[in-house]
Design a protein around this ligand. Structure first.
Ligand SMILES: Nc1ncnc2c1ncn2[C@@H]1O[C@H](COP(=O)(O)OP(=O)(O)OP(=O)(O)O)[C@@H](O)[C@H]1O
Length: 373
């Protein structure tokens, strides 16, 4: 987008000289307060709204150089409340665009069935009508319909705003999974900064009047908000949320404080220096903490153990999850597990704190290098 401005006939400037370099095969999120011009920006990309000034290029070509129908066919469009055709079955809703493109009914329905599976909809829903589906299921249908003709670009306007937080999280995870498989160029509008940070490869924060406040990867947004508007918009627990982008894989784990529930007296005695021991079942899965002097060899009482909090997977989970585990555990130690849930080590809040400080230092250094360039 090159200096794109939209002035509506009544004089409202919805978007003001917006320039954005939207990366392909990634998710770019437009976020900002109500009325800041997000929807207008999105609709200018598929020419539902024409810019008053500036130009929009895709792969270097001005979008005005091709017929509007050709342009729109290359772009799936998903809106809040899915916007499904109420009188068509789910399968036919999804098959709409392939049918418009001249596919046979059979081909279009086969494609629709494939997409239902891809977006996590059970095949038994195919014959139902939209009103017979939950809000979350309807949104999945909306996504499947937008993907039906396999467009390279997907425009999504607050697609998950109308569903409850749990369903919303499921839809977000599903979108990330689908994106991993399909690699579309997605422009996603939301007013929810957490959604933006979770989904975006790049996040454009807009302020009222359609002006760009910041355009950054989410980790950078959280680390270095451009000004007080962005900082306020990011909210109070920015520091904690930022930890989601720091990996936990390099945390130094201790294995000495781990003992099996069948541990004998000698073993318990050999570990007595640790303030707490993590007791595991015979498969190695964590059961809880205990102070070594409280453990009776051969007869460890599960009911006496202290809750071990939520374990984390080193390498997969972030430092935020590790810290959360340590905060939830009354001992202040977090438990690391493998994919099977077996304890592979434990780590203290102090060590996590050191890792956080090191990660902050690294980010500051990276940002410094970038600023100097
Ligand atoms: N057709 C129109 N005519 C005049 N003004 C309009 C028109 N459409 C939108 N606007 C105005 O343009 C501004 C931006 O609207 P837009 O819908 O793009 O914002 P938004 O960021 O998507 O808002 P929301 O989060 O509330 O959906 C608002 O002030 C809005 O009132």
């Amino acid at each position: 987008m090159e200096s794109v401005t939209k002035r509506y006939p009544d004089g409202t400037v919805a978007v003001d000289q917006l320039s954005l370099d939207i990366p392909d095969r990634a998710i770019t999120v437009l976020v900002g307060p109500s009325g800041c011009g997000k929807t207008t920006t999105l609709r200018m990309i598929n020419r539902m709204v024409e810019p008053s000034d500036g130009s929009i290029l895709i792969d270097g070509m001005d979008i005005r150089q091709q017929p509007v129908n050709t342009l729109r066919r290359s772009m799936g469009y998903v809106i809040q409340n899915a916007g499904l055709f109420q009188h068509r079955t789910i399968l036919d809703n999804i098959a709409t665009v392939p049918r418009l493109l001249g596919w046979s009914k059979q081909e279009a329905r086969a494609r629709a069935a494939e997409l239902m599976e891809r977006v996590g909809l059970d095949a038994t829903l195919a014959k139902r009508y939209p009103y017979q589906l939950s809000g979350g299921q309807q949104q999945r249908v909306g996504v499947a319909r937008a993907l039906a003709a396999d467009p390279p670009v997907l425009l999504m306007d607050e697609p998950f705003s109308a569903v409850d937080p749990v369903v919303r999280k499921g839809l977000q995870d599903e979108l990330l999974r689908i994106q991993d498989e399909l690699g579309k160029t997605i422009v996603f509008v939301t007013h929810d900064i957490d959604e933006a940070v979770k989904l975006g490869t790049m996040v454009a924060v807009l302020r009222t009047g359609g002006r760009l406040a910041q355009f950054s990867p989410p980790a950078e947004l959280l680390s270095a908000p451009a000004d007080s508007f962005v900082e306020d918009f990011l909210g109070a627990d920015r520091g904690i949320r930022r930890l989601s982008f720091f990996p936990s894989g390099r945390l130094e784990l201790q294995t000495a404080p781990i003992v099996g529930i069948d541990a004998d007296a000698a073993k318990i005695a050999s570990r007595a220096e640790a303030p707490y021991l993590l007791v595991t079942d015979l498969d190695g899965k964590p059961l809880g903490w205990s102070e070594p002097e409280r453990l009776t060899a051969g007869a460890i009482d599960r009911d006496q153990l202290i809750d071990h909090g939520r374990p984390f997977l080193p390498g997969t989970d972030s430092l935020r999850t590790a810290l959360d585990g340590s905060v939830l555990s009354p001992t202040g130690w977090a438990v690391a597990v493998d994919g099977q849930g077996r304890a592979v080590g434990v780590v203290s809040q102090q060590v996590i704190g050191e890792a956080i400080r090191a990660a902050h230092g690294q980010v500051a250094q990276d940002l410094g290098v970038k600023a100097a360039r």
